[in-house]
Design a protein around this ligand. Structure first.
Ligand code: DOR
Ligand code: ZN
Length: 320
């Protein structure tokens, strides 16, 4: 329920990894330019569907939040829209066109609440890296209180504080990524700097990871899997410091291994699929994906992109 598929060649190269394992996904709008109008939305959905062929794949693309998303823009397209994604300006990749004054977002939120359009949020401030998400919890609290009927997704939560906040409001939900579930900051910089583990929000402490694991393994009904798989070329990762972990090729195998190790395989299906369908009220076509216990080695790179877990042996794979 959270993936970056990009544009053009990158879109065509990475989409099959997601479409092979998932029948639909929330595909993020931080393209260049962003998917910020109904026209661009229609075009991007069509491009994703074409890139996913031969898989039937349902793209759920939230519009990139801006103050111009008025009732006149949103209401006529409501039936085919999925939601709106809010990026504070400058907090992550391609977020320069995001929101710089949070005080000004309320008229759009009011319309969204009225139209029952979910709000998806990259919840970080511009503060000290490690504290950005914790500092943003107050913003979530304000929005959830002011718009009690607006469904709000805290994307890729990474902290004890966000995990604890989840149950404070009925209208607040969360996604958790594979990398925040499996790793800590030591995997990024505890040894040699590993650029392929660098992402926003930054992967945090063992304590934060434990809170996420508890939430996910408990089968919490407000928690959905959102990979935040975010491809960048190896060159961009190594030389420009691009933020984003490319996890798409390894998602279900790694999740199966994680849930199995915690004796919770029976909760995997709900985490990757059922909860999101209920929360977002979407009904993608049904597809069964078979996971089998069989070892394989993650390739060192897919074209110009280095995946997370490159070179590692995994114990599960997607059959067929
Ligand atoms: O690490 C990230 N990469 N976090 C985001 O929020 C965006 C993403 C990207 O688009 O590369
Ligand atoms: Zn993302």
């Amino acid at each position: 329920m959270h993936v970056h598929l990009r544009q053009d060649d990158m879109l065509r190269n990475v989409t099959p990894f997601t479409a092979r394992q998932f029948v639909g996904a929330v595909c993020m709008p931080n393209t260049l330019p962003p998917v910020d109008s109904v026209e661009r939305y229609d075009r991007y959905c069509a491009e994703i569907r074409a890139a996913a062929e031969p898989y039937a794949f349902e793209p759920y693309v939230p519009l990139f939040f801006h103050e111009g998303l008025t009732r006149e823009v949103l209401a006529p397209a409501r039936e085919r829209l999925f939601g709106v994604k809010l990026y504070p300006a400058g907090v992550t990749t391609n977020s320069e066109a995001g929101v710089s004054e949070l005080a000004k977002i309320e008229p759009v939120l009011d319309v969204m609440q009225d139209l029952d359009l979910p709000l998806l949020v990259h919840g970080e401030t511009n503060g000290y890296s490690h504290d950005r998400e914790r500092e943003f919890v107050g913003v979530y609290d304000h929005i959830a209180k002011t718009f009690p009927k607006l469904r709000i997704t805290m994307e890729h939560i990474s902290t004890v504080e966000a995990a604890a906040f989840l149950d404070r409001h009925e209208n607040v939900f969360a996604t958790v990524t594979l990398h925040h579930l499996l790793y800590t900051m030591d995997d990024l910089l505890g040894g040699m700097w590993n650029p392929f583990m660098f992402c926003k929000p930054i992967i945090k402490s063992p304590k934060d990871r434990a809170a996420l694991r508890d939430l996910v393994l408990s089968g919490h009904p407000k928690v959905m899997f959102g990979s935040d798989s975010a491809p960048h070329t190896e060159v961009a990762k190594r030389t420009e410091g691009a933020a984003g972990c490319f996890t798409a090729p390894v998602l279900l195998p790694c999740l199966a291994q994680f849930f199995e190790e915690h004796d919770a395989l029976d909760r995997l299906q709900a985490f990757v699929s059922d909860h999101a369908q209920r929360i977002y009220r979407v009904t993608p076509p049904k597809r069964e994906v078979l996971l089998e216990e069989a070892t394989w080695t993650v390739p060192p790179r897919y074209g110009s992109i280095v995946p997370v877990n490159a070179g590692q042996v995994l114990r599960w794979r997607v059959a067929g």
